[in-house]
Structures are given as C-alpha cells and as structure tokens.
Design a protein around this ligand. Sequence first.
Ligand SMILES: [Zn+2]
Length: 370
Amino acid sequence: MEINEDKLYDELLEVRRKLIRNQSTNNIRKYYPVFEQLNYTLAQITGFAVDPKDILYRNVDELNDDIRLQNKKQILEYFNRAITEGDPLYFLFMSFNDILKESNYIPLINDNIPFYNETQAREMILTYFKQFGDKIYNIAKSYLDGRVSINIDLDPGTGGSFMNNYANELGYILIKYGEFNAASISAIVHEIGHAIDNSLFVYPQQKELSLSNQFLIEVPSTFFEINFLQYLIENNIDVKGAQYCLADRIFILRRLSDEYEKFYNLSDGLITEDRCIVDPTTDEVIDLDGAILYGYGYLFSLNLCELFKEDKNLAMKKLINLICSRKEITILESIESLGFDEDEFLSLKRPKDNIKKFIKKYNEGFNIYE
Ligand SMILES: [Zn+2]
C-alpha cells in the first residue's frame, strides 16, 4: 500500500491554483486546510513540501482575524450544542459507565494477535467490502491502489488519519502501523469508512460539515470498523485479533462519560483554538470534542451493527439516512430516526451481551483462543 506521489502532487497544485485564483475568506477557509493536509501527506511520504508562502496576496493578518472570528463563533456554537444535547444523555451515559467500571477493564498491548502480510491484508479488506456492492467496493479498491500509505509517523496515539480533499472526490489515508494485524487492518477499514462518507455524501452534495455539525462525523468510519471486526469473528477469520480490538474500542465509550462528567463539574472554563476546554484553576485539559466524536461514533455504530446482524439491508438504509440528515437533526432525533428507543439505544441494551462477552474474554487473556 503506497500513495501515488505524482497524483498527490498534481492534486496539491490544483488546490494551490484554487487558492491563488479566489482569495475570498470563504474560499481560503475551505481550501487552505485541504492544501495543508495534502502538503502534510506529501511531506510524510517524500520528506518534501510545497512552500505555502507565495499563495496568498491578501493581508494575512486581516485574513487570520476574519478566520479566527468565524472559528470562534463556530466553536462556541459547537460547545453550546454539546451542552444542550448532552444534558438529557448524561445520566444514561453514567449508567453505561458503571457497567464498564464493573468489568475491570485492563488495557493490554496488542503484541499477541496474529500478523498478516500485505497481500493477505488487502484481500481481507477487499473481500469484506465486496458485500456492500460495486460502488463501495470500488472506493475501497481505489484507495488501496495508490491512496493509502502505511508506517507513517503520525502524532502519538493515532492509528490512522483520513486526509480529506474537498477539491477532489478522493483523499488520502495515512496509517501509523508498520505491520498488518487486526488492529492495523481495522484502522485502514475505519479510514476507508471516512473515504466512503467523503465520496458518496460529502463531496457530491458539497455538504461541507461545519464544526458545529460534526457530531456524527465518526459514524460511517466506526460503523465499518466495528462491522469488519464482527465479520472477522463470524467468519472465523481472526477471532482473537478482532476480540482484542472490539474490547479496546468499547473502552472509548467510557471516555465519553468521563469527559462529560468533568465538563459538567466545571464552574469556569477556557476554550482553546484546537477545541479543548481548560479548567483555569487546575489547568486540566478536557477533550470533550474528541470524546464526543468517538463516543457518539461508537455508540451509534455498536447499535447499528446489531441492526446489521438482524437485517443487513435495513441497517444500511438507516445508516445512509442518518449520514444524509446529520446536518439538520439533533442526536436524540438521530436515535429516533433509527427506530430505537432512547433508553435502549444509550444504554446499549442490544449489544450489551456482546460487549460483556468481549470484555470478559479480553480480561481472561488471549490464551483461551490458542
Ligand atoms: Zn475517524
């Protein structure tokens, strides 16, 4: 899996031209981040980057002020929404948190799960995506054929990154792992989930999601990731690796209640430009944003994957409706649109037995599979 450098360079120059041609605040706000993402991708795989200095002829200070003001407005809107929508969800998250606390989750290092070579990994991914029809399969394939690079030195803690490209239907995927196992392969599937979202919904509708509407941005990616792991178990492809990854992902849900709890106990807070909240008395950083994106992502996906087990076509229809309407509706309305009862959904009533099973097996250690 390697990124086609020539294609990437051409796309970078195309975005650069878009920026030079139209220097309105909106155009710069839209394409400058794309330029930076593509430039970062180029730097990661070649060690070289394009100098952005000569792109903008507008007064950069004035422009930055404009953008900062718009960003500030959006960040405030975002957290406002987090408060109003999180409020009714808060106590249900707390009850789920208790289940996880009871389970004595102990994080382990994934050095004890099977490894694969690149051909096997590719085959596992493509065979999985085949069941979703040509459109989705072809997106997955076009990424594996020149838009995914592995062994990239991303920030610590991140397994993969989708480099969005609003100027093009297709973006790029950077993966931090150097070896193929269930963890790295499901990370690729997760990023392909973002790619599918971008190609099928965001790009054709030019439905650029603003900061305040990003609550469900991790739903398509986490859906394919969880669904892929369950597929590995059901088809007896890699039970041990998939069990490890599922137990690990479920842990992320605990962060959602933890961060909400800290957030609600805060009497005063500073919001930083990278969307973190800082407690001014203790300097503690609350990453409510990250907790929301992944927490809601896994919460929706675990429920959707249960629907998928019951009725594959219906689950896909509901997923697509949810993705298309996420800009307009609230979290509670989204839950209703899936046909779930709120309490049932938020307490993960349907997947709960599976979750308990994964965590139990995980805590018992991996030897039982050998
Ligand atoms: Zn993601």
